[in-house]
Design a protein. Structure first.
Length: 344
């Protein structure tokens, strides 16, 4: 007789993701996340939140945090997310996230968290001064995902380790409480072109909200002049664009700009090279600038329009929070009963 694998999760397919309200959203967020959220909402039940609980793992100005939540929401809407289709909500408006995170803190193991490379990178030499939340936030992330029993999670390379921890938490909970198949073991979604946009100042570093140089990124709220200027100033090399992808790989800044052009234009990098091979950046950059302005300009304009009416954004968030609480309530009630809490 052989050991049988535990039953697999058999519930509905769901996607969940979120963005922290800290710093201005940029081209990397747009291509790597927002446009893909907008597409996914029509393919599978989709939950998209603003991760304000995660944001406060490092200091946030309380006077700005709520407005930053609204700005992220405006970006979601401007990128094509439909609040009547996708559930869009602020994480902190659903208390079940924090309650399930505490239960999972008692399921997860210290050794798992000790292996998380992002904490080591973010805390640096000042580990003792970092918040406990920064250390444990992968457990909160597991709660975010499993509270809605999400089966698929769009993640970049820097979050894959956290998704593996989520799978470990789900498997251990299912095993320890003898509820095989209760929580799904969520899969990472490969995001395809545009998933990793690099800095305009350093082709080996990811475009980031936290980079001290504003010229390293194209912000969604940049105007046409700022976009064009940043593209013109983007770091390059003196050689013309090559004919093949293999040649491009050895030139990180050139590869990044070609990748940005391809993602914005809905083409492959090979197709872009077929058009521009042999041309220098003096010819390529103006075309890229025009394309970036054409694609990002309307997004920024719609964000500004939405942000001028915060009451409308708040209505979207309130309605989404209600839907999220309704979706989360059965899971939390069941977990409380499984764990053995009084009154459950």
């Amino acid at each position: 007789m052989t050991d049988q694998a535990p039953p697999a999760y058999s519930g509905p397919q769901r996607v969940l993701s979120g963005v922290q309200p800290s710093g201005a959203l940029h081209l990397g967020n747009y291509l790597g996340a927002l446009v893909k959220f907008a597409r996914l909402q029509h393919e599978v039940e989709t939950f998209i939140f603003v991760a304000d609980l995660h944001a406060i793992t490092v200091w946030q100005d309380p006077q700005l945090l709520a407005d930053q939540v609204r700005e992220i929401t405006a970006a979601y809407l401007a990128a094509g997310l439909d609040p009547k289709v996708a559930t869009i909500f602020p994480q902190s408006a659903v208390p079940a996230h924090a309650e399930l995170a505490w239960i999972f803190n008692c399921v997860a193991r210290l050794g798992w968290l000790d292996r998380m490379t992002q904490f080591k990178e973010k805390s640096g030499k000042h580990k003792e001064r970092s918040s406990v939340g920064l250390y444990t936030y992968p457990v909160l992330q597991a709660a975010d995902i499993l509270l809605y029993k999400a089966t698929q999670v769009p993640v970049g390379d820097d979050q894959r380790q956290h998704l593996e921890l989520t799978r470990d938490v789900a498997a251990k909970f299912n095993h320890d409480f003898e509820v095989p198949g209760y929580f799904p073991l969520p899969d990472a979604m490969t995001q395809g072109p545009g998933a990793r946009i690099m800095s305009l100042r350093d082709g080996s570093a990811k475009m980031s909200k936290s980079d001290p140089s504003d010229n390293s990124r194209l912000n969604l709220l940049d105007d046409a002049d700022a976009i064009a200027q940043k593209v013109r100033k983007a770091k390059t090399d003196p050689e013309p664009l090559p004919e093949t992808l293999d040649e491009l790989k050895a030139r990180p800044e050139a590869e990044n700009l070609v990748g940005i052009y391809a993602a914005l234009d809905g083409r492959t990098a090979a197709e872009v090279l077929a058009e521009f091979a042999g041309q220098g950046f003096g010819a390529f950059k103006p075309k890229l600038a025009d394309l970036a302005v054409a694609k990002l300009g309307p997004v920024g304009a719609e964000m500004r329009r939405l942000m001028a009416d915060p009451a409308e954004i708040d209505r979207v968030l309130a309605a989404g929070a209600e839907r999220a609480r309704e979706a989360a309530a059965p899971t939390l009630a069941e977990v409380r009963k499984i764990v053995g809490f009084w009154g459950a």
